[in-house]
Design a protein around this ligand. Structure first.
Ligand SMILES: N[C@@H](CCC(=O)N[C@@H](CS)C(=O)NCC(=O)O)C(=O)O
Length: 344
């Protein structure tokens, strides 16, 4: 029998893997989960990037021969290959707002995730001590402890790349609490960020929230104190394959809920200034990104991938039909996100 299931290579402790796995489930796209580093992975082609997740698509014979990395382009390809239960809204204006929220989840909430996990001792201890066994359940305890040490050392050495340091810690921590509170308020009137069906933005935020809201002790307690609703939401999004949706479940951007505006204000408050300063640093070949975010200094290594994220958003904005561009401009006016598209 021809086997056309996709192969998802990743790990349950990888937020981006969780993003993609939950999206596949919601979209009712058949897949098999292959634990990164397992024997089963060895039978599959090499990953294009040394990152999790990787999705391997079947060729015409049903053989899993075509691997792809990076969840944002993977979701795009899945939109082309599987039209039902689309994650990206058909309305171009809403589609851009969804892409912006996806990017905020992927690239800003990941800063929160990385910061809490690798800068707070109890969070580091928990993550690094269970992760080794996720790769191999019956690993001997001595090897597990060795692996634990190397995971923690490796991740802590990369903390600067993501932008977590003493200067940025207060900005990141304040943004996490604010996000949870705004998120809670927003989903009181609709189940997902852009209506009563999830978009790519929901899964972008969800991926990081699997760690921030329901796994890592420090941000989890903060989230639970502010929003038990966010805890329930995150648990639920893991598998919403049974949810029935229709086109009318998306919000109308001409009459958006007031809470969407507040969320976009938050994206514009923290993520937009970072994206702009980072892209400028990458372009000018500077050694550091230095800017002000939320009235405080921000400093980190330039992050070339996140300069690409800004480029993708701008390319999408540039293709908007005039009426959609007006809707996007009106939605983003004064949020700070408008600066992302001001010069394009
Ligand atoms: N932009 C990528 C990011 C993927 C990513 O950073 N994955 C992390 C795990 S969540 C990773 O593989 N880090 C390197 C490692 O753990 O070896 C995506 O959307 O898939």
């Amino acid at each position: 029998m021809m086997q056309t299931d996709l192969r998802l290579i990743g790990s349950g402790s990888s937020p981006y893997t969780r993003k993609l796995r939950a999206a596949l489930r919601y979209r009712r796209i058949p897949y098999r989960f292959v634990v990164a580093g397992s024997e089963e992975q060895k039978a599959l082609p090499e990953r294009p990037l040394p990152l999790m997740p990787c999705l391997v698509f079947p060729d015409a014979d049903g053989e899993p021969t075509d691997p792809m990395s990076d969840t944002t382009p993977i979701l795009n390809r899945l939109e082309d290959d599987f039209p039902e239960r689309s994650l990206r809204p058909a309305d171009p204006a809403l589609r851009l707002i969804d892409a912006l929220i996806e990017d905020y989840g992927d690239e800003w909430l990941s800063k929160c995730m990385f910061h809490y996990r690798w800068a707070f001792a109890p969070d580091t201890k928990k993550a690094s001590s269970y992760m080794p066994y996720g790769h191999m359940i019956s690993m001997p305890p001595s090897a597990g402890m060795q692996f634990e040490k190397s995971i923690a050392e490796r991740q802590i050495s990369r903390i600067g790349v993501v932008g977590s340091n003493e200067t940025t810690a207060p900005v990141i921590e304040a943004s996490w609490s604010r996000f949870v509170s705004l998120f809670d308020e927003h989903i009181q009137s609709q189940a997902y960020l852009l209506g009563n069906r999830p978009g790519a933005g929901d899964f972008g935020c969800y991926g990081q929230m699997t760690m921030l809201v329901i796994t890592d002790p420090t941000p989890m307690q903060i989230a639970l104190d502010i929003s038990p609703r966010a805890y329930a939401w995150t648990e639920k999004l893991d598998d919403i394959s049974g949810l029935e949706v229709s086109d009318s479940d998306w919000i109308d951007l001409n009459h958006p809920p007031a809470t969407l505006r507040k969320l976009l204000d938050e994206v514009g408050r923290v993520y937009a200034p970072f994206l702009l300063a980072n892209a400028a640093s990458v372009e000018q070949g500077l050694e550091q990104v230095e800017c002000e975010i939320d009235g405080r200094p921000w400093v980190q290594d330039p992050f070339p991938y996140q300069a690409k994220c800004l480029r993708w958003l701008r390319e999408q904005y540039a293709t908007l039909p005039n009426a959609s561009r007006e809707t996007v401009d009106a939605t983003l006016a004064g949020t700070g996100c408008d600066a992302l598209f001001a010069a394009s």
